[in-house]
Design a protein around this ligand. Sequence first.
Ligand code: SAM
Ligand code: SF4
Length: 330
Amino acid sequence: MPKTRLTDRFGRTVNYVRLSVTDRCDFRCVYCMAEDMTFLPRQQVLTLEEIARVARNFVALGTEKIRLTGGEPLVRKDILELVREIGTYGLQDFAMTTNGSQLPAMADALRQAGLHRLNISLDSLDASKFRTITRTGNLSQVLDGIDAARDAGFRRIKLNVVVMKGRNDEEVPALIEFARRKQVDISFIEEMPLGQISEHDRGLALCTSDEVRALIRPHHELIPTTGDSGGPARYYRMPDSGTRVGFISPHSHNFCATCNRVRVTVEGRLLLCLGNEHSVDLRRVLRGHPVSDDKLQETIINAMDLKPERHHFSSKGDVQILRFMNMTGG
Ligand code: SAM
Ligand code: SF4
């Protein structure tokens, strides 16, 4: 594997790329989307070939980890072809974040296509709350999806929970028990102010990672792990279980100093930071004439100079970033 050629002005090495493969989704989670969403016209969206080309060129520049996300990656037509293609790039880590709804039918095929790992979002174990939070989601389908992923042989499956006060915070202990029973990891995420929503007040709903840990402590001892997760999550283990408990705390714990990642939106915008608008248009290069991988790599290398030192999310819930998470590629 070549050593990465991607470093920024602050000495950080970028070896991890998150690729959004669609802005569309079968759910409308209240923290991620407005109820009424307008999705991108097809011609603005990268083709699967273009996404593969971006991935291949990042790998040529030393990228070792790729995560496919969205929107909901499994609603993109022919997504398995892309997984199969990227699966041949010899990555150290090849993962996907999904809402799990399509996993009952697709988990096996994804594993066979070469995907290494799955993160599955699960905000509630109560069918009616689950429906309220996702607006359209069906809990039993997602639970079946988690079982299908385990049966397909995926290792280190991780559940993602966005914790909101008064919505699902009281379910934290039950979600931990569920993760222990299923022998999967679980991460609790602080809601980020991405995109304008009116469904709830993000400032009031914010449940910090400290507060989530306080909800867990009466039930389980949390022992900090020393290993580097290579990401923004801080992980803990419990004395009597293999399940790891992660906390992603953009508000209460700034993780920017060790940021090793960039994102590419489904329109081909290379985003240098989740919480800033600094970006470079890769689609223009992908659709330019003549088509040139050298030009694409040069554009990516030069873009690293734009990576900001840190994000500045405010915990009051006011929106600093107008793009929704489904556009960003969470
Ligand atoms: N549809 C897939 C899913 O839900 O897992 C993948 C895309 S989704 C945008 C990726 C992750 O971002 C999910 O775990 C979701 O819960 C999280 N997310 C979405 N909007 C968020 C927000 N405003 N703040 C924090 N996390 C958010
Ligand atoms: Fe869809 Fe994932 Fe956003 Fe929920 S969080 S609306 S499942 S993209």
